[in-house]
Write a protein that binds this ligand. Sequence first.
Ligand SMILES: *[C@@H]1O[C@H](CO)[C@@H](O)[C@H](O)[C@H]1NC(C)=O
Ligand SMILES: *[C@@H]1O[C@H](CO)[C@@H](O)[C@H](O)[C@H]1NC(C)=O
Length: 491
Amino acid sequence: MRLVSKRRIRFLIFILVGVFSVCIISRCVVHFQYNEEIKYYKKFFQQKKDGLQEIYNPLEIKQIPGETIDDLYSASLEKELKNNQIIEWSKFAYVNYVTDVDYLCNTLIIFNDLKEQFKTKAKLVLLISRDLLDPDTSAKIDQIKLLLDKIQAIDESQVIIKLIDNIVKPKDPTPWNESLTKLLVFNQTEFERVIYLDNDATLRSSLDELFFLPKYIKFAAPLTYWFLSEHDLEKSYHEIKFKEKQPINLGSYTKVLANRIRKGQMIYNHLPSLPHSLYLNSNNIAQDIISSTSSSSPLFYFHGSKKVSKLKFASNLMVIKPSKKTFDEIVEDTLPKIINKKDKYDMDLINEELYNLKKIIYKQFIFFRKVRKLFKPEVLVLPFARYGLLTGSLKNPKHYSMISNDVLGYKNLDENGDEITRSLDDAVTYSKYIHFSDYPIGKPWVYQSVKDFECNVEKEKSRGLELEPQACSVWNSVYESYMQTRKICSV
Ligand SMILES: *[C@@H]1O[C@H](CO)[C@@H](O)[C@H](O)[C@H]1NC(C)=O
Ligand SMILES: *[C@@H]1O[C@H](CO)[C@@H](O)[C@H](O)[C@H]1NC(C)=O
């Protein structure tokens, strides 16, 4: 008896070792094959891109410079003028959502500015919690109704107010327990494209140009630049310059892109790439792609595709193509995964599930291998200083050089190769949307006046922050003009 079972055990071990080896070998083979293909396509897109039409590089995530966004917009306006290709503004919308009465005034300010100052023709959509208008659950119903009337009065047909049911995280006592409601933006399918804005922010200029990103793009947003260190940035410049042997001067890209837009050629492959070192684990894309495959045996699941790099999409401002398919996926697949998890909110859902940078590369490549020319990229990175600046950065000298160079891995250089730096004043002028940081002060509307929280150099010094007086004055001016605009809400 014992002999048999010993033999059996030996046999089992033999089988196990066999299976193990086959797994390792097949993994190596796949790895090798991916590596070869990746090498081939990398070269292909580098050498052939000028002549390509309708075939998109799947091995990169692309960043679009502000100048290029403006060029696309001008080209559309020109087509409307010359070729009579009418822009259907009713297919575009700016979207805000409000689940808390304290935020309603911000929507009035933003929508009013969009209409009166920036003259947008897009719809202005407010998603507001049904609860806020229910006398049983809402204490400030009169004030809310007055503000809603003012918002609707901005324009009877352009402003659309929709009552919505919150998506609430049960058993979560934090102020973010209703933040998943933001995901309803993906369900606004009567629009071709929406610009979603968190309203705890100041809007300083029109964003209409964002409606004219290439049609195939379904999601575009700035990245969480504030998590990056100087070392990360140095590595990314090094990657572009030496490993990729590409110019880091942003101007050399925008010039080519402007030309291509003028000629009606595709621009995707010519956009600056997001440096891999900022979001992949290894120097080897094949490695990352394989570690992202869920089909590979869990025995070899070293990194895990869910691991999110510190660089991810910010969710304060997002350009979205609403879609029933995406929204159904969110409701049926993604939401159930996180709704009961502690410390998981809208930004986590977007970055871990929907638009995880690592997974995007994996999905793009696997899909491209299957269908080649049918593959179309869906995601773009927007320049963060223009569309995603935080007020905190105005007081953080470590962020200043990033603010001048907001296409990551690239720099604005002059003819001699010297960096063109922007003063802080210019940076703020260039910023179209500045989000109010939550730290170290609270949201501005909890204070009576700017005097209660204004920046002064001495006070900052005592907190260990060396600041130029100019930084304080820029920071103060942003908050002062916001506090001024709040007057529109007094009822
Ligand atoms: C959500 O948070 C708020 C305040 O942070 C709290 O008053 C409310 O009870 C919470 N809701 C749930 C469902 O836990
Ligand atoms: C999503 O949009 C559809 C169509 O407008 C609507 O019928 C549905 O109620 C929306 N779902 C949610 C959860 O709001």
